[in-house]
Design a protein around this ligand. Structure first.
Ligand SMILES: Nc1ncnc2c1ncn2[C@@H]1O[C@H](COP(=O)(O)OP(=O)(O)OP(=O)(O)O)[C@@H](O)[C@H]1O
Ligand SMILES: Cc1cn([C@H]2C[C@H](O)[C@@H](COP(=O)(O)O)O2)c(=O)[nH]c1=O
Length: 200
């Protein structure tokens, strides 16, 4: 089973993934967690380029690098585990590319991004995608104080477009839309309900 978490920076993905890990440990169910971009040696190097490189990067290079990191992660880690019937939790997957590079940066036509996503994932689609929905102002307040990476510095208008992208994407059946301004425990309960339904 493949479970992905999506939303803008500061929406609370990491917090919810930690709570879900605790649940799977409690019920003695093995699972793996990967973050995107990252999760393999090559993909972590690409992450560094994408998030911490200070030189100018054009938006198509950015799109291709996110896709390259994903392709490596899927072939090296995700596909082998899914083939064995394991649970894989992803902190972001290709919906991030559609929302950030498609709707946010407008790096390419959405149909081109869809093709690229399909190529990088070998058509791997999550069983459930939790979309932690939050407005950019509230999310940004949560991450204030910390050092912002290259994507987080993109500005309010960019994040509004990314949110529009997620709102559009989340009309698909596999999405569970969650009000991310609720307490972490309330959000966790909504996540557990959907996970348990899928497990049974
Ligand atoms: N439901 C919540 N209500 C209020 N604050 C929250 C909630 N969930 C997480 N936070 C806080 O918001 C901040 C960001 O949370 P977290 O790191 O889980 O988000 P994230 O989506 O993983 O962020 P990023 O994508 O930037 O890594 C943390 O300080 C966390 O404690
Ligand atoms: C996979 C993916 C990610 N991004 C952006 C989203 C975030 O700003 C960073 C990742 O940081 P996080 O703290 O690990 O969430 O990268 C993107 O723009 N496109 C993508 O495909």
């Amino acid at each position: 089973m493949l479970i992905s978490f999506e939303g803008i920076d500061g929406c609370g993905k990491s917090t919810q993934i930690e709570l879900l890990k605790t649940y799977f440990k409690k019920i003695n169910t093995p699972f793996s967690v990967f973050r995107e971009p990252g999760g393999t040696e090559i993909s972590e190097k690409i992450r560094n380029l994408l998030l911490h490189e200070t030189d100018e990067m054009n938006s198509v290079t950015e799109l291709l690098l996110f896709s390259a990191a994903r392709s490596q992660l899927v072939s090296e880690e995700i596909s082998p585990r899914l083939k064995k019937g394991e649970i894989v939790i992803l902190d972001r997957f290709y919906d991030s590319t559609t929302a950030y590079q498609g709707y946010g940066r407008k790096s390419a036509e959405l149909s081109q991004i869809e093709t690229l996503n399909s190529l990088a994932t070998h058509q791997t689609v999550p069983d459930i995608t939790f979309y932690l929905r939050i407005d950019p102002e509230t999310a940004s307040k949560r991450t204030d104080g910390g050092e912002k990476d290259r994507m987080e510095r993109a500005g309010d208008d960019f994040f509004k477009d990314v949110c529009d992208g997620y709102d559009e994407l989340s009309k698909q059946e596999r999405f569970e839309i969650i009000d991310a301004t609720q307490s972490p425990e309330m959000i966790h309960q909504q996540i557990l309900k959907r996970v348990k339904k899928k497990l049974n």
